[in-house]
Every structure is written in structure tokens, then in C-alpha cells.
Design a binder for this molecule. Structure first.
Ligand code: FAD
Length: 325
């Protein structure tokens, strides 16, 4: 990355641009080496400027939500990390059939969106109470619980392509599945992808629109805040405290859950360095303080090998693993 390019970014972004920013400060696992560059753009114009500049200079970029489903390796991230945290506006408008359309910027916290809905008596978001992600990361990962997932409430998403094109995609053109929303493969058949963008061609999600209903009009209890508190209490009871990225592995398509397999394998309490398989929930790998990404990955590798050997089941990470070793 040449100095001229860095200077140009500093001029535009000032204190919203940092060099060698430790990713451990931006992930809930609190591990991860430095990103070469880390930017917090605050406007769509800034985002477009950034994406076009990076494309022109052939510099890779990575989009960061709340970092709650992310494991960054100890060598950090080459190129630029774009934090979406300033895109955190939440507003509402009237929808069809008494629905209320709540629009949330990709960087809004899911907790903030749940609170916004509860305060206004809007039903539908309580399944997400206690999930610590951003709206953007949670839509892309179809975050959810046994009570529901993002697919159940999403109306449309607004995408920004690296060429600067902004596109709103309605739900019927989105393909959600377990902890995933496919934009790259399926959607590109319908949406014309910008030419010449190679591996940097994925869009950024900048906004999600949610279709919610007033509790008294929907079938759901009007005690939204009360049921949100119950959901939170349940989560606190079942979920390990401490630093983690939530469930480390996806549940297999059939049979026992990943947590149950890891538990049956006797791996609760297994540790390497400060990385530990939680005693409370076997699918959580916890950083008990000062763990390296390599420790977490070593524990995950051991868990995976053991489960495969004992049950002939291959576990795949739910956590997204990025960066250099
Ligand atoms: C204690 C704990 C409990 C959890 N419980 C649950 C649970 O019950 N259910 C559940 O589903 N998950 C759970 N999780 C996992 C996590 O909270 C969710 O997966 C969350 O939705 C991730 O959102 P994020 O903003 O943190 O994404 P990040 O971790 O920041 O990013 C995840 C991926 O999305 C991409 N991304 C993020 N934002 C954008 C954007 N705007 N545009 C383009 N790409 C983007 C990133 O590049 C990355 O590939 C839990 C995590 C923790 C720590």
C-alpha cells in the first residue's frame, strides 16, 4: 500500500482511520491480530469513496459488524477493515396490512432493534433478544434461536455494491437457510454484478427493513417487554458468561446438536492455553483471558477430530474465521 494512498485516506477520514488496529478490540472473543487499516465511515458517500479507492488501488477489504461471530487469526487482516458501526439509525414507516416497517442501519445493534420494537409495542423481534450482533451481520448470518430467525421478520435489504450501485432486494429474492443468507451465488443470477471486481465483488449490506406488527393486531402476546425479559433470563441461565463468539460449530443437519455431541465426547472443560470448551454449554469455546486465536483454533480442531472419530460426524464452524496465521 503506497504512502500516497494512505495519505489520501487520512485526509478524507481523519481520526476515523487507524493503522495496525488490533482486531482483538473489535471481536467478542477478544482475539485477533492487527488490521493494516481500519476505517469507520459515517456516510454512504464515504463508503462509496472508500470502496472505489480500494478497488482502484487493488486493496482487499473486509466488512465488520459487531464482531460477535468472528475469529480473526493472530496474524491479523491484510488490507482494510470497514466498520459499519456508524450506520446505526433506526426509523419506521407504515407498511401494508397494518404492518410497521422498521428500517435499521447495518451497524445498529440487534439489541437496539429489539428494544426499539418492544418500546413501541411491535411484535416479532423477541426471538433475537440477547444475540449480540449488528443488524447487518445478523441478516447475513440469518441469526436466530429456536423461537425464530431474521428470515421471519425481514422485508428487504439494501446493498451497496463496490462500484457504488445501491440496490434494495425484496425478501422473495433472498435465499435464507440455517445461519446463512446467500447473496453471492444465487442472488448474482438475478442482480447484475459489476464487471471487473473479482474477489472484492461482494456487496455490503447497509440497511435492513423489517416487517413488524403492533402486538394488539398480531397473534402475539402484548407483553412484549415481559417476554423479552424472560428470554434474556433464560439466555443468562443457559449461556456461558465470558468471552466467546457464541456457538462455535453449526448443528449437523440431522441427529444430535453439535453441543450434545461435544458433551457426549467428554470434551467439556477441555482447554489449550486460555481457550476452553465451556462447562455450561459444550458448543461454546471461551477465552478465559489472554487466549490467542491459535489456542481457540487448536481447541476447535481437537473437538472436530474427536467428534469425527467417535461419532463419524463432521462439525463445521458457525464462527467465521478470517485473517493470516
Ligand atoms: C454470547 C453470544 C451468543 C450468541 N448467540 C447467538 C444466537 O443465539 N443465535 C445466533 O444466530 N447467533 C448467536 N451468536 C453469534 C452472533 O452474535 C451472530 O452470528 C451475529 O448475528 C453476528 O453479527 P455481527 O454483526 O457480530 O457479525 P460479525 O461477526 O461482525 O460478522 C460476521 C460476518 O458478516 C459479515 N458482515 C457483517 N456485517 C456486514 C455488512 N454490513 N455487510 C456485509 N458483510 C457484513 C462479516 O464480514 C463476517 O463475514 C452469539 C454470539 C455470542 C458472542
Amino acid at each position: 500500500m503506497d504512502n500516497q494512498f494512505k495519505k489520501m485516506l487520512v485526509q478524507r477520514f481523519g481520526e476515523n482511520l487507524r493503522f495496525n488496529e488490533p482486531m482483538s478490540a473489535h471481536t467478542t472473543l477478544r482475539v485477533g491480530g492487527p488490521a493494516d487499516l481500519f476505517a469507520c465511515p459515517g456516510t454512504i458517500d464515504d463508503l462509496i469513496f472508500l470502496l472505489k479507492s480500494l478497488h482502484g488501488a487493488n486493496i482487499p477489504w473486509f466488512v465488520l459488524g459487531a464482531g460477535s461471530n468472528l475469529l480473526v487469526r493472530d496474524g491479523g487482516i491484510r488490507g482494510l477493515v470497514i466498520s459499519m458501526r456508524k450506520f446505526n439509525n433506526i426509523s419506521e414507516s407504515a407498511g401494508e396490512n397494518n404492518a410497521v416497517i422498521v428500517s435499521a442501519g447495518a451497524g445498529s445493534h440487534l439489541a437496539g432493534l429489539c428494544r426499539y420494537a418492544a418500546e413501541r409495542g411491535l411484535a416479532g423481534m423477541n426471538f433475537a433478544v440477547g444475540i449480540p450482533g449488528s443488524v447487518g451481520g445478523s441478516i447475513l448470518g440469518n441469526a436466530g434461536t429456536a423461537e425464530g430467525d431474521m428470515e421471519s421478520v425481514i422485508r428487504s435489504v439494501t446493498l451497496l455494491w463496490p462500484c457504488g450501485r445501491i440496490e434494495t432486494v425484496e425478501k422473495n429474492r433472498l435465499i435464507f437457510s440455517y445461519r446463512s443468507l446467500v447473496i453471492k451465488k444465487e442472488i448474482k443470477k438475478e442482480i447484475k454484478k459489476p464487471e471487473g471486481y473479482g474477489s472484492n465483488a461482494s456487496p455490503l449490506l447497509i440497511q435492513g427493513d423489517f416487517s413488524l406488527v403492533h402486538a394488539e393486531l398480531g397473534g402475539e402476546s402484548s407483553e412484549i417487554s415481559a417476554s423479552a425479559s424472560t428470554a434474556m433470563e433464560k439466555r443468562m441461565r443457559l449461556q456461558p458468561a465470558g468471552l466467546s463468539a457464541g456457538c462455535f460449530f453449526k448443528n449437523p443437519e440431522s441427529g444430535p446438536s453439535a453441543g450434545e455431541l461435544i458433551d457426549r465426547a467428554g470434551l467439556k472443560g477441555f482447554s489449550i492455553g486460555a481457550a476452553l470448551v465451556s462447562e455450561k454449554h459444550a458448543n461454546f469455546i471461551v477465552n478465559t483471558g489472554g487466549a490467542m486465536a491459535a489456542d481457540i483454533l487448536a481447541v476447535a480442531g481437537h473437538v472436530r477430530r474427536t467428534v469425527r472419530k467417535l461419532f463419524n460426524v463432521t462439525l463445521f464452524p458457525e464462527v467465521i474465521i478470517v485473517g493470516e496465521e
